[in-house]
Ligand binder design. Structure first.
Ligand SMILES: C[S@@+](CC[C@H](N)C(=O)[O-])C[C@H]1O[C@@H](n2cnc3c(N)ncnc32)[C@H](O)[C@@H]1O
Length: 194
């Protein structure tokens, strides 16, 4: 899904200006944190909100970094949260959301749920394979998941979504440039007997 060129409202631009200023000051402290295209994310979430494709309003940003996408989702009336493994980023995300009075919950922990068995091939540069997932943000409660995976992490994120999220849930991923992908989990179809 290419991020279309909708006009981002003035209050969203003001929020992003401040978010980018804080991110610039933070720059490089945690190499695994790289921000996505926030205006593109806003437009994709807006289109998603208007489409009625997601089964509900509960959105979680997996690997939320500065928590900007979760904040944008809250501005669009999603019930938004984020989960992030780096404590310093969780603190920064809370401060940013509080500065704009946005009701976003951030959890310090892993979005990989306890008991998720890693395959021997599951080794990545940035994605932490920690499984200290928080059950308050159980994947099968979520209607929408947002993630920004590195290219080698994309398959793992999709498998995680497929295995743990509910039928009907939507996965939004960012892939650099203007590219976002939306997937919806479908019920598996029974194979008719011959
Ligand atoms: C590419 S950054 C994206 C940040 C944010 N979503 C954005 O788009 O601006 C990925 C984030 O995932 C976090 N992360 C990596 N593995 C994680 C895990 N297992 N659970 C939670 N967060 C994780 C990293 O610390 C990093 O902040």
């Amino acid at each position: 899904m290419p991020a279309y060129d909708a006009v981002v409202p003035r209050e969203v631009r003001a929020f992003l200006h401040e978010a980018n200023r804080r991110i610039e000051r933070f720059h490089g402290r945690i190499p695994g944190f790289v921000p996505c295209d926030f205006e593109g994310a806003y437009n994709v979430l807006k289109a998603l909100a208007e489409s009625g494709v997601a089964p509900g309003n509960l959105l979680c940003e997996w690997g939320s970094g500065f928590g900007v996408v979760a904040c944008l989702a809250a501005m669009l009336e999603f019930d938004a949260s984020g989960i992030e493994i780096e404590r310093e980023l969780v603190g920064a995300a809370y401060k940013l959301a509080a500065a704009f009075e946005l009701p976003v919950e951030y959890i310090c922990g892993s979005f990989i749920p306890p008991g998720h068995a890693a395959e021997p091939s599951d080794e990545f540069a940035w994605l932490s394979m920690d499984t200290s997932g928080d059950m308050d943000l159980a994947p099968d409660d979520l209607d929408i998941v947002f993630a920004y995976p590195w290219p080698d992490e994309e398959r793992f994120i999709c498998d995680l979504f497929e295995r743990h999220c509910a039928v009907g849930a939507v996965l939004v991923t960012y892939h650099g440039g203007e590219v976002f992908r939306l997937r919806r989990k479908m019920a598996s179809r029974a194979v008719p007997r011959a």
